[in-house]
Design a binder for this molecule. Structure first.
Ligand code: HEM
Length: 398
């Protein structure tokens, strides 16, 4: 077995460019693709940075999805991964995971997501109308990028949009890197209590939405329903909102690419995939825990070790993307990216995310041909402090 390479300094390392993952990942891919590192919580773990290795880890059942949080100062650092809370199937392994995934896959089919497209387009148009009426500058996050996926996931799940302030606040806490264990615990408890109430409402008065169907299926306990509801709500709006806002900023900063897209709107499907690859907003990757000792690229990953599969790094790997992966190229074709993960946990909502991103970006740039940043780029507050990357605010005008 080869020697372990211990990376100095604690993960995550800082970015030097708003759209590129930290430059250190490139060095790791070249020199130490499976590297022993100090994780944000202070424990030792492994970072996997090459495309092929990321896929290998994410498709290997010897790596469990049970995991600890990776927060600074976590008192549980280094202890075994706890069992997942009821319904939180993103943290489960087969066959437990399979039961939930099977139940939900039928709700998120490509067909159903395409059927949803006109409703998404209506929501997008209403928000663009409101922006036009208000006049610039506006914060694109609050006025456009966040409400669209929030409204859509609320409509799909049957969550009253009027409750958004509470769930958006709790979701934000859950993905803040520096949230204290107490804050995380409180946000979980609040989400759980909220979905318990909602499940009772749906049971009393079922509607045409996913939560009602899940209640009526009789397959899930109330605890499981609350976990599934919280997971879908969180996963359904934070990631897509950030892809819309950061994707907009990225296109504005790459005017040649934006011009190509405007000249040929048929490039939009490919542009969405390219933005997903290039920006990889699940910025610190996805974590797994070794169930047993596993050998990976000549390293022995001991049972119980945490492994971070760095999606953003795999998505810049020249072995998979030979044509200058550090460039945004909306005409790039034919190379599947890792932005939605890989294996049995690959994003359940990816078709929905695509429908939303396509509708939002197409309509935004068509409606405001002179859209531009309203502040110097250095003043845009980036989400380095969140598990999901993006911008906290995006002041734009036209
Ligand atoms: C651009 C937007 C999105 C990105 C980049 C994204 C990314 C991801 C990634 C990387 C995973 C894998 C996690 C892992 O392996 O541990 C995942 C899983 C998941 N995503 Fe998404 N996601 C997006 C949008 C959505 C939407 C709109 C939904 C809607 C409900 C959603 C629901 C889920 C769920 C439920 C899982 C867990 C699947 C499982 O464990 O089987 N995501 N997502």
């Amino acid at each position: 077995m080869s020697q372990t390479s211990h990376v100095t300094g604690r993960q995550p390392v800082a970015r030097t460019c708003p759209f590129d993952p930290p430059a250190e990942y490139r060095t790791l891919r070249d020199e130490a693709p499976v590297a022993e590192v100090t994780l944000p919580d202070g424990a030792t773990g492994w970072l996997v940075s090459r495309y092929a290795d990321v896929r290998a880890v994410l498709s290997d059942p010897r790596f469990s999805s049970r995991r600890r949080q990776l927060r600074t100062g976590d008192p549980a650092a280094g202890t075994p991964a706890p069992p997942p809370p009821p319904g939180m199937f993103i943290l489960m392994d087969a066959p437990e995971h399979t039961r939930f995934r099977r139940l939900l896959t039928g709700q998120f089919t490509v067909r159903r997501m395409r059927q949803l497209a006109p409703a998404v387009e209506r929501i997008v148009t209403e928000h663009l109308d409101a922006m036009a009426a208000a006049g610039g500058p506006v914060d694109l996050v609050q006025d456009f990028a966040l409400p669209i996926p929030s409204l859509v996931i609320c409509e799909l799940l049957g969550v009253p949009y009027a409750d958004r302030e509470e769930f958006q606040r709790n979701s934000a806490t859950l993905i803040r890197l520096d949230a204290t264990p107490e804050e995380v615990q409180q946000a979980h408890a609040a989400m759980n209590a909220y979905f318990h109430r909602l499940a009772a409402d749906k049971r009393a008065e079922p509607c045409d939405d996913i939560l009602s169907e899940l209640v009526q299926s009789g397959e899930l306990t109330d605890e499981e329903l609350a976990g599934v509801g919280g997971l879908l709500l969180l996963a359904g709006h934070e990631t897509t909102a950030n892809m819309i806002a950061l994707g907009t900023m990225c296109l504005l900063r790459n005017p040649g690419q934006l011009a190509a897209l405007r000249a040929d709107p048929s490039l939009m499907d490919g542009a969405v995939e390219e933005l997903l690859r290039y920006l990889s907003v699940v910025q610190y990757g996805v974590r797994r825990t070794a169930r047993e000792d596993v050998e990976l690229d000549g390293h022995r990953i001991a049972a119980g070790s945490m492994v971070v599969a760095v999606l953003s790094s795999g998505n810049r790997d020249t072995d998979q993307f030979p044509d200058d992966p550090d460039q945004l190229d909306v005409s790039r074709t034919g190379r599947s990216h890792l932005a939605f993960g890989y294996g049995i946990h690959q994003c359940l909502g990816q078709q929905l995310a695509r429908v939303e991103m396509k509708a939002a970006l197409s309509a935004l740039f068509a409606r405001f041909p002179d859209l531009r940043l309203a502040v110097p780029v250095e003043e845009v507050p980036m989400r380095d402090d969140m598990l999901v990357y993006g911008v906290h605010e995006l002041p734009v005008t036209w």
